[in-house]
Design a protein around this ligand. Sequence first.
Ligand SMILES: [Fe+2]
Length: 298
Amino acid sequence: MSNQHRATPLSDHVDMRIVTADTEAEATVTDQTDRNRIVQLDPDHPGFRDPEYRARRNRIAEIAFGYQPGQPIPDAPYTAEEHDVWRVIQRALQPAQARHACAEYRLSVDRLALDRERIPQLREVSEKVQAISGFRLEPVAGLVEPRVFLESLADGVFLCTQYIRHHSTPLYTPEPDVVHEIIGHAVTLGSERLAELNRLFGAAVKRATSATELERLSRLYWFTLEFGVLREDGELKAYGTGLLSSAGELEAMQQAELRPLDPDAASRQDYDPTNFQPILFCADSFSAMYQTLRAYLA
Ligand SMILES: [Fe+2]
């Protein structure tokens, strides 16, 4: 399968694999060669052979390294090509979301009214989300440890990558990028009820005392807030951010094997993050999903 046809970012926050940022090469380096070492890309990453992309990734990583919580997030230096990537994704997503996104999500899209032509800056998205649910976005250079990511949710903080995928593969990224963060997570955090569930996940992870408990909560997050589906007027709709930020995932979810939403079962279910999800957990309605997760996480 070519990269173009693979799903959007499946290696994600709650996934256990590691990180793009090399913490030893801090933002103090000045030489151009060394700067390229701040963000490590795999040789098969679409941007690996693009020195300008890598330099920009490093500049954006420096924003995250230098960020002080509570300060406005500095603007990322996106190029015209990168704004084109955002536009291409929006064009693919709009019809797919109209058919497959749950009502709560579509309401939040309307409320936030984010720019569809240019990549919005995290600062403005964070301000809009915060005004609705109290959640704020904070920039990170790449994937962080699941515990760090999940625990920050308890404090109403969503750790957010700021770079965008390489322009050669607009519908594919091997890692979460600003498309997944904004179109997926930030929009759902513009719903009070989905924001509350994120906080409850964070609080549950803070209480977790073993690696097994953390792993189970990570899996539950994956099968609900990342890849959750529900019924609305008899139709299958997505509320999970991994589905909502990828037109390919939204179409593929119709072919998945559906299981009733059972948090205990979901927390024990393994998944392969590198392919479309063959198994999804489906709630009878949005409020059934909300009540079930709320009761389980409390
Ligand atoms: Fe995610």
